[in-house]
Design a binder for this molecule. Structure first.
Ligand code: FES
Length: 171
């Protein structure tokens, strides 16, 4: 009989021998340590770049935790992703000041320009859109963060330029 993992499509990290070794190593190092779930998930996010649904099932089984708990943690914290991130990340601050300052319109513009939703990556793997909490630059709301660069007082009509600049870096 197939295991749960083998029945899940797209479980690339678990099917890749090198990544599988890394995953098992991280789980082995934290086995039996109470409260190690966050440490394991953080290490997996860092080592693999994302935590696929199949990895969540695998971690739950290995740590003897309910899958709902692992899934709950992964979905709650924005630094965990369930698919690989693109080469560049654009984060939209949805803290109060940015929300009031109109981040919603910039998100709409981004969705329109790139054809993806926050949490998704463009098909060419270049850009991932994400939402984030306050980044401490409230006086410059609304704020986006392009890779590590904080950009304040953004406007929807400036968003296409942000994309152009990212693409220019790749040329
Ligand atoms: S609310 Fe966006 S930077 Fe603080």
């Amino acid at each position: 009989m197939l295991s749960t993992i083998e029945k899940i499509p797209g479980a690339e990290p678990l099917e890749n021998p090198e990544q599988r070794t890394l995953i098992d190593q991280i789980l082995e190092e934290n086995k039996g340590i109470p409260g190690s779930t966050m440490v394991v998930l953080n290490s997996l996010q860092e080592a693999i770049g994302y935590i696929s649904p199949a990895m969540q099932v695998y971690v739950a089984r290995k740590l003897d935790e309910p899958i709902s708990r692992i899934h709950g943690v992964v979905s709650f914290y924005s630094f965990f992703t369930t698919t690989p991130r693109g080469k560049h990340t654009i984060k939209f601050c949805i803290g109060t000041a940015c929300y009031v300052g109109g981040i919603g319109q910039i998100i709409e513009k981004a969705k329109q320009v790139l054809g993806i939703e926050p949490g998704e990556t463009t098909e060419d793997g270049l850009i991932t859109l994400e939402l984030c909490r306050c980044v401490g630059a409230c006086s410059q709301a609304p704020v986006i963060v392009v890779d590590d660069e904080v950009m304040g007082r953004t406007k929807p009509n400036r968003f296409p330029k942000v994309i152009q600049d990212i693409k220019a870096q790749e040329e």
